[in-house]
Design a protein around this ligand. Structure first.
Ligand code: ZN
Length: 273
């Protein structure tokens, strides 16, 4: 069968704005304010030994990845997981100092063999958004690796069955793309799967409504403007480029994440695999 996520094009919007607030302000904000407050969230796709034909936003080399993760550790960041973010946003639960979330989309095999191993060196934990059609396919995560990620304290989350653009999804496909993949991931991990990432970062109100009514707790896009009415279902992330120095990554984190729903000024177009 033709897998939809291969050779698709996506148009991604990147954000820049004002410096984010100091870390300790996170704990003191009232709930309404926190829903406007962004925690930095990074998004990685491929991690390879070389960039090859890939765009730098869709692939980082393993050497660059190692340097970037070490920089985050050396800068005092602490990784958080979606449950922590959810409880912080909805109940005001405390977060560690310099919180950051590190996410991985499309269930590439190196997410287990390279990324998780690197995160482990620093006691970091990540979020792995899985496309279930790819499970056990060459170069993608296996059942066993997904189970191991979950057992090691990472979060396994849903990224649909075969990566369609949800803004154009036929009415009869929602269960196939959300309910069934979620059930499979829960069966594999033995844990609830409560979080979701939109393929290509693409969402609209219809997609938000379908996800909400299925009991997903929060959903992640890329860096488009958040929904003013559903910020929990349009949480923003930035894709990390291979060509960014550690100083540039640090600058991008500070620039992109702040408490401003209108935060975007840099548009970038790339090819999505
Ligand atoms: Zn994806």
């Amino acid at each position: 069968m033709v897998v939809r996520f291969f050779f698709s094009l996506a148009f991604l919007v990147f954000s820049q704005c004002h410096p984010r607030p100091k870390t300790d302000t996170y704990k003191r904000m009232p709930v309404a304010k926190r829903l406007d407050t962004e925690i930095p969230i990074l998004c990685y796709h491929n991690i390879k030994s070389s960039i090859d034909h890939h765009a730098p936003l869709l692939t980082v080399t393993d050497s660059v990845f190692r340097v970037q993760i070490k920089m985050l550790h050396d800068s005092g960041y602490h990784t958080i997981l979606p449950d922590q973010l959810y409880h912080y946003l909805t109940k005001g639960s405390a977060l560690p100092s310099r919180p950051i979330m590190i996410t991985f989309d499309d269930s590439h095999e190196e997410h287990y063999s390279v990324a998780a191993k690197e995160l482990e060196k620093y006691g970091f934990r990540g979020v792995f958004f899985v496309i279930t059609v790819a499970i056990d396919k060459p170069h993608y995560l296996t059942h066993q690796e997904i189970k191991a990620l979950s057992d090691e304290g990472h979060t396994v989350a849903c990224h649909t069955y075969d990566h369609p653009m949800l803004t154009k999804l036929p009415d009869d496909q929602w269960s196939r793309q959300i309910d069934k993949p979620r059930e499979l991931l829960e069966k594999i991990t033995g844990r609830p799967v409560d979080y979701f990432a939109y393929p290509f970062g693409g969402w609209n109100q219809r997609a938000v409504d379908e996800i909400k009514k299925r009991g997903i707790k929060a959903a992640f896009q890329l860096s488009e403007k958040q929904s003013a009415t559903d910020p929990l279902f349009t949480i923003r992330r930035i894709m990390v480029s291979d060509v960014w120095s550690t100083a540039k990554l640090s600058e991008e984190i500070h620039a992109a994440f702040n408490r401003n729903l209108l935060a975007y000024s840099t548009k970038q177009k790339t090819k999505m695999l």
